[in-house]
Design a protein around this ligand. Sequence first.
Ligand code: NAD
Length: 345
Amino acid sequence: MQDGGHEQVVFCYDQPTGLRAIIAVHSTVLGPALGGTRFRPYPDETAALVDVLRLARGMTYKNAVAGLDLGGGKAVVIGDPGTVRTDALIRAYARAVDALGGRYLTAEDVGTTIADMDLIRQVTPHVTGTSESAGGSGDPSPATAWGVRCAMHAVAEHLWGDPGLDGRHVVVSGVGKVGSALVALLVEVGAKVTVADVDPAKVDRAVAEHGATAVEVERAHTVDCDLYAPCALGGVLNARTIPQLRCAAVCGSANNQLAEPADADRLARQGVLYAPDFVVNAGGVINIAEELGGYDRARARERIDGIQATTAAVLATAAAEDVTPLTAALRLAERRIQSARQEAP
Ligand code: NAD
């Protein structure tokens, strides 16, 4: 797939509410473009545009590799949600989404909430990730955590010939919504868990509730362990941190874990298996995508279980083709998109 090459980019302004937003539809080859709405105070419109184009493209790959019949898109609302967000502004944004006629389906992302999605639903049907009371699937974090554990089983099978995590040592860095749910799921299957978070209260909770061991945030990636699970910020795998890793594999929920694509090669040279973030953390998007056919929790769970097979396929392809798992995952996504393009009338 060519870099850039977005199908449609729409700038949205609404003077009465002060709305400034950009919606980027990267690809609708597999289906309507699904991706969340990020609400943040970008320094200027160019920075917002660069971000939304990058994020929309990432969603094309994420949705394709997850096996969803959905394309990739994303939206950004420019401004500090803490100060400029009003219901009227969200409604104005919802009208902009609606005007795309379903080519773009929105969802929650950094800076927006499930309550915002419920409000958007009052204006347009082209939204997912609404609250359970509004007929949606609610908070996607437990589904994301479940998917990360599925991916870990695939990594374990690939590395050690056994998908079990019993007795494996996992470091979870960031025990927020996804990380804390992941810790519970890991302890349930007998893993030994070490946690780190900039918020000491969250660390204390993981230690008290799950018997986890605590480590300082700066040292989390240096712990000698089986699996390192970044579940906080992006960019944690970089030229400085990769040589310090003492894990067999990296498998976590954080988006954009690699500071740059070359870090995938650095990890391979270091002998660390990297399960690509957008393969591993697709549980949330798979879960909200299930809303489109009428949400059914059991069916959603079954589809999220598929992350284990997808991760296994990515790792096996990488080994067979002698490429990094990142390259293998991108190829898998591209192959799906290409064959859909060829089948199109
Ligand atoms: P969250 O805000 O609930 O949790 C993030 C946690 O990381 C917080 O507890 C925060 O205190 C901690 N943190 C911040 N900086 C840190 C640092 N330097 N080191 C260690 N911990 C730090 O967010 P979340 O919803 O749990 O998402 C976690 C990551 O997973 C994000 O990168 C997010 O984009 C990604 N993700 C989340 C979902 C989802 O369903 N929530 C889906 C896909 C991807």
